[in-house]
Design a protein around this ligand. Sequence first.
Ligand code: ZN
Length: 160
Amino acid sequence: MGFLEQVYRDAVLEHARSPRNRGALDPYTVRQEGINPSCGDELVLYVRLDDGLVADARFDGHGCAISQASASMMTQAIKGLSVDEAEALIVHFKAMIHGKGVDPSLGDLQVLEGISKLHARVKCATLAWVALDAALDAAAAGTAEAPQVDVDAVDAPTPG
Ligand code: ZN
């Protein structure tokens, strides 16, 4: 096993074992459910926005190690970002996971780049980010209880 692969595995297993920001958030601006039927991952994401910033984010649900680690790392990464910065991070994360390159703004999330080569697991990694994208859209529309999002329906690979 190569060094980077080991770093990736360690990060995923560590976050899956000890997820950050796990549990419900109250009060929240938006509550967003997301599912990845191909793996059975289910996620509930809570986001609290305050004055255009992500003031807090937590998640609940169950699923494979990659889905849990990705959600854990995402909630850490987005706290304190502006909504615009969080949306940019979603774009960069999806690009990385779809093998389109790594933007430096991804920071610690870069350890997940290896998932781009594990095609069956890509949706496990993007589930939390697809849910965040939907949550921010719902918040912008003033919806607190967002309709469930299915990663199969929205995470089509970027063309090109
Ligand atoms: Zn999964």
